[in-house]
Design a protein around this ligand. Structure first.
Ligand code: NI
Length: 282
């Protein structure tokens, strides 16, 4: 019996590879989170999109900031994720995807699975909007059913101005005629399968477009990395597998413990990611 999704929604996710929109935060709660993000940006020296700001702060802030951690554990999100991947849930990573007003930043067609090294392919991403995400400001677009086609070859570093730091794109043509926009109101989230092709276009509006992408996997998933045990955080249920280095939840924003855990988390994640990029066959 699903916890929050209807059987029709579970079927739609299985068929399309994404499900959107879904409700999580009220507009007021989303606005409060936005103010906390702005305060964090002020603390670390500027917008997370700025070249002057340490790019590491775009990733894994659920290990550093208790309010981001709370978002990754939001019951509305976890209930939906549980309906798709079961009750024992890890956060593999989280990433801020921010497009500044009238900026050219895009994400080319890609599959999140490409450099994650997670098997089997059951990882699901919740993309939580803190501002309205619209076709005008570059919300995500999905290719329905594209996750059925398996992993496609990608090349990294080929997309200028990518919000995706790897600048990755699928090699070859993508028939994007069936693509659909997934607009979100602030506080809503979309869910997408790790093999579902998606992209986003430039922000042509006068406001920031801000979302937090949270990657969830069941504890049963394995990681292909051989050099490192990849970090992940248990956010629901139990982990009887031990495939990941479980990391602690932050008790307070950026306290000494959280900073130390974040440094380990970031380095561990980057090392695993680099190992996957270095592997030739995927
Ligand atoms: Ni993506």
């Amino acid at each position: 019996m699903p916890k929050t999704l209807s059987p029709a929604q579970v079927d739609a996710y299985a068929r399309d590879g994404f499900l959107s929109p879904n409700a999580a935060l009220t507009r007021g709660e989303a606005a409060a989170c936005l103010r906390k993000l702005e305060a964090f940006e002020a603390t670390v020296g500027g917008p997370l999109t700025s070249d002057r700001t340490d790019a590491r702060y775009r990733s894994r802030t659920h290990v550093l900031l208790s309010w981001v951690h709370a978002l990754t554990r939001h019951p509305a999100i976890l209930d939906a994720v549980e309906d798709l991947i079961g009750p024992d849930i890890l956060v593999y990573t989280s990433t801020w995807f921010i497009k500044e007003p009238e900026s050219a930043a895009i994400a080319a067609w890609h599959q999140d699975a490409t450099y994650f090294g997670l098997r089997p392919y059951v990882h699901v991403t919740a993309w939580l909007a803190l501002t309205d995400a619209t076709a005008e400001n570059g919300c995500m677009e999905f290719l329905p059913g594209s996750h059925h086609g398996g992993q496609r070859p990608h090349r990294a570093g080929v997309v200028a101005g990518s919000v995706n730091r790897a600048g990755q794109a699928i090699v070859g043509e993508v028939d994007d005629a069936p693509a659909v926009h997934a607009p979100l109101r602030a506080g809503e989230f979309s869910l997408h399968h790790t093999l579902c092709l998606h992209r986003s276009e430039p922000n042509r509006s006068h406001g920031r477009r801000i979302g937090l992408a949270i990657s969830y996997v069941p504890t049963s998933v394995g990681h292909l990395g051989v050099k490192h045990k990849t970090p992940a955080m248990l956010v629901r249920g139990v982990d009887t597998y031990g495939h990941f280095e479980l990391e602690p939840a932050p008790k307070a924003d950026m306290d000494e413990q959280a900073r130390a855990a974040y440094a380990r988390s970031y380095e561990g994640y980057r090392a695993s990611y680099a190992e996957q990029v270095s592997l030739e066959h995927r």
